[in-house]
Write a protein that binds this ligand. Structure first.
Ligand SMILES: [Ca+2]
Length: 115
């Protein structure tokens, strides 16, 4: 198991995602996550970088997050290790931050990863 350096982030999302899922359904939740990705990404590169995350996180109510929390969030989500989050990595990360949703989310992601 990896060290959990992002417990506060985790708590926020654990709380938020299930409520969103309930309200929006799987399809709607994924659409919301994709909107979040669009908001956070670096428009030129088409991926989320640490810089774009810092610049845009306030839009998602994450303005209170410290740099090291953002860094660990990036690191946790960056499964191919290129230092940025693509859309797939971002959606997977959001679901991973909310363990209860993992099972259902696997299905949703397979069905339609926002394309
Ligand atoms: Ca990556």
């Amino acid at each position: 198991m990896e060290a959990k350096g992002s417990s506060r982030v985790q708590l926020d999302f654990e709380d938020m995602l299930p409520k969103m899922a309930e309200k929006l359904g799987g399809d709607g939740l994924i659409r919301e996550l994709c909107n979040g990705f669009q908001l956070l990404m670096d428009k030129d590169k088409g991926v989320i970088t640490l810089e774009s995350l810092k610049r845009n996180s306030a839009m998602l109510g994450l303005q209170d997050m410290r740099d090291d929390e953002l860094v660990s969030m990036m690191r946790e989500g960056d499964s191919d290790g290129d230092g940025a989050l693509n859309q797939m990595e971002f959606c997977v990360l959001m679901f991973r931050l909310s363990p209860d949703l993992m099972e259902a989310s696997q299905l949703w992601l397979e069905q339609e990863l926002c394309n």
